[in-house]
Design a protein around this ligand. Structure first.
Ligand SMILES: [Zn+2]
Length: 216
């Protein structure tokens, strides 16, 4: 899943309005932030096999440290603990750790059976990615609700706050569409390079948006 993860981050603004959007988006996407780094170091493995699912050409061969349920629980606790230490906001602990772990559930729904419970376990997945229409409907509906909740929970302080947010949402939708329709990445290094650059842009952008918006 792609924009569906961000949907939960946007929606969480209502539950934890003091937590910055950049943190709320990084939490549910944490597995996919860690994943390209582990690919670079060869700790996790992926292969590009067009046709392996209708939506993605990725054969996610081995990714227990970024994507197993056990590790996402550990990362969730670590992420929430670190945020609590830095921000002194104890109330966000449960929401942030749940957001990190939510990645497993959403990927379990979308992926073919490649999601481990723990390193070396059997792997599970309901395979929503075998249907392009099903994937698009579920994910864009989630995204629309999440963005709507965020838009209601905050307001723009100036024009930058309004239009940077609108442009961010549009950019995510365009990137999502491009992801569905473009040819497979030419190589695994191209894949992780794009993932890292894309992530960096999105996180800086999310940070910038909230310099121009405030909680209602
Ligand atoms: Zn993932």
């Amino acid at each position: 899943m792609f924009i569906g993860h961000f949907a939960l981050g946007f929606a969480a603004k209502r539950a934890t309005p003091r937590v910055p959007l950049v943190v709320l988006l990084a939490a549910p996407a944490f597995a996919d932030l860690l994943w390209p780094v582990l690919l670079i170091f060869g700790v996790e493995q992926v292969a590009i096999e067009p046709g392996i699912t209708k939506v993605t050409p990725l054969n996610l061969i081995h990714y227990p440290y970024s994507h197993s349920l056990l590790f996402l629980v550990i990362w969730g606790i670590a992420f929430a603990w670190l945020y609590q230490r830095i921000s002194k906001q104890a109330e966000a602990f449960l929401v942030l750790s749940a957001l990190v772990v939510s990645h497993w559930l959403l990927d379990f729904i979308t992926h073919r059976p490649d999601m481990p419970l723990y390193p070396g376990s059997a792997r599970y997945g309901l395979g929503l990615w075998n249907s392009v229409a099903g994937t698009v409907i579920v994910e864009t509906a989630m995204f629309a609700v999440g963005v709507w909740i965020y838009a209601r929970a905050t307001r723009a302080r100036d024009a930058v706050g309004r239009w940077s947010f609108v442009a961010f949402v549009a950019f995510l939708l365009i990137a999502y569409g491009a992801n569905l329709t473009s040819p497979p990445p030419p190589s695994v290094p191209a894949l992780y390079t794009l993932a890292l650059i894309g992530t960096a842009i999105l996180l800086v952008w999310a940070w910038w948006i909230e310099r121009h918006r405030e909680v209602r």
